[in-house]
Every structure is written in C-alpha cells, then in structure tokens.
Design a protein around this ligand. Structure first.
Ligand SMILES: [Zn+2]
Length: 124
C-alpha cells in the first residue's frame, strides 16, 4: 500500500481514471506519475496493443497496461528526464465491488518501469 500522505490526493484521481480503463478479468487499472507532489500524467488499461508493451510483455498479455500508458503520456509531455525523481502509483478497482485489489505491476511493466528509470512505485 501507500507510503506517503500524498496518496489521499492521488487516490480520487486514480479512481476516476479507472472508469476509463478497459475491464480486464473483472478489474480496471489506473496509474499516476507524480513529480514534486504533482500528478504529471495518468494512464489506464487499454485492450489495444502498443509497441512499447509488445517489447515488455508476458506471453499472452499483449495489451497496454495502465503503468505503461501513464509513462508513455509522461514521455510525450517531456518528463522523461525527471523519472528518477518521480513516483508511480498504481491501483486496481474490482469491477463488482469497486474495492481496491492487488495491483502489483506485472513482470513486463516492472521491466518497462526499470528501463525508464522510475525507482519509486506504489500499488494497491
Ligand atoms: Zn503490466
């Protein structure tokens, strides 16, 4: 779970973003990248595949995960240089209950997060 007090501000944004997420196995995922206490990008799961995800995927899981979607948006906005100072937050909302589920990044996302040098990752 979260390590910082900032989570109380980030969580509503993440929950709102899960509403944009494709439901995958009954769950919706969202991610937010935070730099100096500010959310610089958000992302959600998409069923559409993406080249970045294809490079870092587990067999049978080629679609765009929230973490990678969020990071790609931040790259497009020019934040890549500050990634080592950013924190990435990931949540999983269960479709039926709306409660948080385990959202530990998959191996593919972990590799991607590591490759872009984001060091602080928190998940529900
Ligand atoms: Zn993943």
């Amino acid at each position: 779970m979260w390590k910082t007090r900032k989570s109380k501000d980030i969580l509503p944004v993440l929950f709102a973003e899960t509403n944009n997420s494709s439901s995958i196995r009954g769950s919706r995922h969202a991610a937010a990248l935070v730099w100096k206490g500010n959310i610089v990008s958000v992302g959600h799961n998409k069923l559409k595949s993406h080249p970045a995800m294809c490079q870092f995927h587990r067999k049978g899981q080629i679609f765009l995960h929230a973490e990678v979607d969020c990071i790609l948006r931040a790259i497009n906005l020019g934040y890549q240089d500050v990634f080592p100072k950013c924190e990435l937050y990931v949540v999983r909302a269960r479709a039926k209950s709306g409660l948080l589920g385990d959202s530990e990044p998959c191996e593919g996302c972990k590799q991607f997060i590591s490759a872009v040098k984001i060091k602080e990752v928190y998940w529900s």
